[in-house]
Structure formats: C-alpha cells, structure tokens
Design a protein around this ligand. Structure first.
Ligand SMILES: [Zn+2]
Length: 239
C-alpha cells in the first residue's frame, strides 16, 4: 500500500509521537476536538515534545488551515486505541474549551474538504457514520467505504464534543456527495443536428434525464424510440 499525504496541508511540523508505519490499511477517519481555539502552529508546539505522548495525523486551526503532524503512512497517538489508530486517519479540530466544544464554520468546511481528500486518495467513495460504538466497531467496511469513529468510544472523554458529534451524520453525507462523480452534461449538438435537436427539445419530444442531461451522443433504445414517436403523434394529431 502506497500512502500519500494531503495536498491541503498548509503547515507541517512532524511529531516524534507515533508508532511508525501503520499495520492496517486506512478505512477509518477519527475527528477530534482540540479543546482550544488554536492555530495549526500551536498544535505543532503541543505535539512536538516526546513527553507529551500525543499526536494526530492532521489538525485544523480555528481559521480553517490544515496542519500535518504525523504522515498518513504512520500510526498517530490520538484516539487512546491502538486498534483504531492503526487504521484511522486522525484529525484534531480547533474548538471551544467548553461544552459543546463548538467549532468555527471555517474548521467545519475544511474538515469536509479534508475528509473528502483522504477518502479520494485512499480509494474510498463513501464516508459512513453508523451512529453507535458497537455497530461501528463490529462493521467490516466494504470496498470503497470509509467509516467515522470517535474518541469517546475508547476513553472517558467527550471528544469530539457534542457540537461535532451532532454533525457527524451531516459530515458523512456531505463528504459522500463531494466524492460522487461529476455528471458531464451531453447537451451540445453537432452543427448538422442542431436545428433538429432544438426543435425536438423545444417541442417536448425529447426531454432528457432528470438532471437535464440530453445524452445527445448516446444510443436510443426501441422503447425510447416509441416514446419519441408517441409524443410526436400527441403533438401533431392522430395519423
Ligand atoms: Zn480526542
């Protein structure tokens, strides 16, 4: 497995606090709350001393900038669980110091972007929030699936805080939407067909897909041909 790091990283200060190369492929993301509205530089300071025995792969500062402290290839010391951190990319997010540990809009926007990037680079097409500890820890992700886990399942902590915890279903949906392939509309007719296409669309004989895609260069099935002819007959009277 070739591991890569996020191109979204704006600041790097590698921490000595990690276990070397991970022993499990990445199939989890664990977002945390820092309990402090800090910058990525401050997080780097916190993770620098070996005495601290703490780190995360990434951090997001209060302004939304992304920092890296442990390369994605390596197992960070973040979630109080060897089993989790061997397979999870961990992200510390700047937050308030008090319940519900709210985060800025900039942090949340960057978290969505960073999670989508991590999924993409690790061959995942879906981010899942399964809702509870037992279901999640028993779940074997299928091909293309990334699963969210939280620190509070592994230690007596409120991390990632109720503010982010309540948004995890939204995070999963937004990241999965960002991973969906972009539909390219095939709506530009060739010069020789333009007049006929404009007429067929204008008259309602050809409507295209629900997303407005006319699929101009795709073949027509026999049933679609019947629908076109039927619409024509409805328009111009029984023949
Ligand atoms: Zn945590």
């Amino acid at each position: 497995m070739d591991y890569t790091n996020s191109p979204l990283v704006a600041y790097t200060r590698l921490s000595p606090n990690h276990s070397g190369q991970r022993t499990h492929a990445i199939d989890r993301i664990s977002p945390h709350c820092v309990v402090g509205q800090c910058t990525v530089e401050t997080l780097g300071e916190i993770f620098a001393p070996t005495s601290k025995k703490a780190s995360s792969n990434y951090g997001i500062g209060k302004d939304g900038r992304v920092g890296m402290y442990v390369e994605e290839a390596n197992r960070s010391w973040c979630t109080s669980s060897n089993a989790n951190d061997q397979r999870a990319v961990t992200i510390e997010c700047a937050s308030d110091t008090f319940h519900p540990y709210a985060m800025t809009d900039a942090v949340y926007a960057s978290l969505i972007e960073l999670c989508a990037d991590i999924c993409r680079r690790n061959g995942k097409t879906k981010l899942l929030w399964l809702g509870d500890k037992d279901t999640t820890l028993a779940y074997e992700p299928k091909e293309g699936e990334m699963v969210l886990t939280v620190h509070r399942w592994f230690a007596n902590k409120s991390c990632p805080g109720d503010w982010l915890y309540a948004r995890l279903p939204d995070l999963a949906v937004r990241v999965t939407a960002a991973l969906a392939p972009v539909v390219r509309l095939d709506n530009t007719p060739s010069a020789w067909a333009k007049e006929a296409v404009d007429w067929a669309v204008g008259a309602g004989i050809m409507a295209g897909g629900s997303g407005g895609d006319l699929m101009l260069h795709s073949p027509v099935t026999r049933e679609q041909l019947c629908v076109f002819l039927h619409r024509y007959r409805e328009l111009y009277g029984k023949m």
